[in-house]
Write a protein that binds this ligand. Structure first.
Ligand SMILES: Nc1ncnc2c1ncn2[C@@H]1O[C@H](COP(=O)(O)OP(=O)(O)OP(=O)(O)O)[C@@H](O)[C@H]1O
Ligand SMILES: [Mg+2]
Length: 273
């Protein structure tokens, strides 16, 4: 087990004009660790993630006091060129709605192979072979056939597997999954979570898993932070946050789940109502 720090975020804030949307977020992620970020809609999860990728929406900016250090590099100081060596290579990301990240008129295999050519520097042939291999690694059956299919021919779960392949093909140190399974039905969601968990264990990449669903995060992550109204209200191990939530807001998230079967994810649960 290594406790080497990979990512340090201090006093992260996001503003639009003078209005703060996110304030005072501190995060530390060790190499190979898993961090879950939970909170209801609008709590600031995505703006926090986007800050880590240098892709805030137009008009939004990080506060001057925000520091983000990734493997020794000050991400706040990067210019567009500097980001090319980080985003998509050292830090991968997957979001909700995979279809919108793929070109509808190019086969998924060619799109993955293109990323392998550009980001990994593989030749045409090697990129194609590696793409098929990656599709198989993502648990897609008949990967050579999937390679030749267009996005509209694949289910949401299959598309998300393709996007995960794209996100990890350059062997990043950190993968950010922001509501990556939210749009999928429950069974497929569980399968994709298993895949992420499996990849994390197999490759040793660190994972930041974002969800409004505490059960999803607790299934995969050792550490959890809970956000509300742009601030972190609670943090701890997934077990502690589930069994002994300190904040009333977290308790309400846990209680809501107690009624829908979070029992599966923690040893003892008091079901209210
Ligand atoms: N481009 C934008 N311009 C202005 N305000 C924004 C913008 N994007 C997000 N916000 C606001 O910032 C806050 C945090 O948004 P964010 O998208 O980070 O929430 P979230 O926790 O990811 O929510 P969800 O679970 O719905 O994805 C919200 O109040 C949102 O309305
Ligand atoms: Mg979001």
């Amino acid at each position: 087990m290594s406790a080497e720090v990979l990512l340090t975020v201090r006093d992260l804030s996001v503003h639009t004009g003078d209005t703060p949307l996110v304030t005072g977020v501190d995060l530390t992620v060790a190499r190979g660790a898993t961090l879950g970020v939970v909170g209801e809609s609008g709590s600031g999860k995505s703006l926090t993630c986007r800050s880590l990728l240098g892709i805030l929406p137009p008009g939004l900016r990080n506060g001057d006091d925000t520091t983000i250090t990734f493997d020794g590099t000050d991400l706040r100081a990067l210019d567009a060129r500097g980001w090319l060596g980080i985003r998509g290579t050292r830090i991968g990301a997957v979001f909700q709605d995979p279809a919108s990240y793929l070109n509808p008129s190019i086969t998924v295999g060619r799109q993955l192979a293109e990323v392998l050519r550009v980001r990994v520097g593989l030749g045409r042939r090697a990129a194609r072979d590696r793409a098929v291999e990656l599709l198989a690694d993502m648990g897609l059956h008949e990967p050579a056939r999937v390679y030749r299919q267009y996005p509209f021919e694949l289910s949401g779960g299959m598309l998300q597997r393709v996007l995960i392949a794209v996100a990890i093909c350059a062997e990043p140190d950190l993968l950010i999954a922001d509501e990556a399974t939210t749009a999928l039905d429950v069974t497929v969601q569980a399968e994709v979570l298993d895949l992420l968990s499996d990849l994390q264990e197999r490759t040793g990449l660190a994972l930041i898993l974002v969800s409004h669903d505490l059960a999803v995060v607790a299934q995969v992550c050792e550490e959890v932070v809970v956000m509300r109204d742009g601030v972190v209200v609670e943090r701890g191990t997934a077990g502690d946050v589930l069994t002994a939530p300190a904040h009333a807001y977290t308790r309400s998230l846990v209680d809501a789940h107690a009624r829908y079967g979070i029992e599966r994810f923690r040893p003892a649960v008091t079901v209210h109502g």
